[in-house]
Design a protein around this ligand. Structure first.
Ligand code: ZN
Length: 172
């Protein structure tokens, strides 16, 4: 955002970034908020096993990830979970059975722009383990891991490490 200098409305080199969320112009009335975006992540559980995906793209290629992604405009977080699981893994879930666990702030960097997100973590119980048809561009495989065998160093993103620290210690 620091690299943006020209106002998209009046064209003058008077654009100001407040370092957090607001772009504004000193010459005209232009204001644009780069607000926090909501994102969802789903822990799919079968008994004591948790399904994780292996990332097939950077950042964190080869490391473990939870299925999920940004919410779309006019979509509930539960609808975003159902859509992302369908897109990434081709599985159908019942959104009403999602249980919200906790939320954490995070920063997602994409093409040199930082996106502040609020990550919303859900749990979804299944009766039996499944194999998923994968969107190979995003996910190379899925893996089921006993929750007491999850190695936090294998988790792709710091925000999810933080989540798993809280989640795996929830009953202690
Ligand atoms: Zn302007």
């Amino acid at each position: 955002m620091d690299e943006l200098h020209f106002c998209p409305k009046c064209g003058e080199e008077t654009l100001n970034w407040d370092g957090e969320k607001k772009l504004s112009c000193n010459q005209c009335s232009f204001v644009l908020y780069h607000n926090c975006a909501a994102a969802v992540a789903v822990v799919i559980r079968c008994g004591n096993e948790i399904m994780l995906t292996k990332r097939n793209q950077q950042p964190g290629k080869g490391k473990l990830d939870l299925a999920g992604g940004f919410t779309d405009p006019k979509e509930s977080a539960e609808e975003a979970c159902a859509r992302e699981l369908k897109e990434e893994l081709d599985i159908e879930i019942i959104p009403e059975n999602l249980k919200i666990l906790l939320t954490l702030p995070n920063i997602y960097r994409y093409k040199d722009i930082d996106y502040n997100t609020l990550d919303i973590f859900f749990e979804y119980q299944v009766d039996k383990k499944f194999d998923a048809k994968l969107d190979i561009s995003e996910v190379s495989e899925i893996t089921w891991i006993y929750e007491n065998e999850i190695d936090l160093n294998e988790i792709a993103f710091n925000s999810q490490k933080k989540f798993f620290q809280k989640y795996l210690n929830r009953n202690q």
